[in-house]
Design a protein around this ligand. Sequence first.
Ligand code: PRP
Ligand code: URA
Length: 209
Amino acid sequence: MGKFQVISHPLIQHKLSILRRQTTSTKDFRELVNEIAMLMGYEVSRDLPLEDVEIQTPVSKTVQKQLAGKKLAIVPILRAGIGMVDGFLSLVPAAKVGHIGMYRDEETLEPVEYLVKLPEDIDQRQIFVVDPMLATGGSAILAVDSLKKRGAANIKFVCLVAAPEGVKKLQGAHPDVEIFTAALDDHLNEHGYIVPGLGDAGDRLFGTK
Ligand code: PRP
Ligand code: URA
């Protein structure tokens, strides 16, 4: 089984509760997704490798730490994943951003891929796939399939709300992919929505419904 972690920082939990509220506006929803993504980004980048670097302070020479050469890529699953990109980029501004476009067929709940645009050297990058929702797990699994087909090997999946069904399915399909979520909810309803969840993340983020 792949590693799985709920990031339960108080600021994240507080902001997530506001995000879930039906009355939260599109503007606030967008700002909150951005803020929570930044806080998640801080936590999920804890094990980035460091290397020694010699620097000169105003006082003396000293050996300190800097991020090692490993390059990063942030890969949002469209549309809703886009809302998490800026939060991550505010921490790692030099990261490249790839896009995977996917929507769930509303009847079958199966994901349909419509766009893949990735940095050329994706096989050499530490990748953070971001999507606010991990429901059945279909979209996440197909996104990771797509990345692996193009040589990607070092992948972490970061979401805001996960259903136990989706976590289990993603862990089973890709045990090497570490999963981080801000909340593990109760279950999926008959329409594949997370309960209690926050509704349709893409629609709430972009005001399309
Ligand atoms: C949502 C969400 C995930 C997917 C999760 O996207 O952002 O990508 O559903 O569901 P799953 O785990 O059952 O695959 P949606 O298909 O609504 O597309 P959108 O982001 O364009 O609204
Ligand atoms: N996609 C969403 O946006 N919300 C859910 O609850 C499930 C899938």
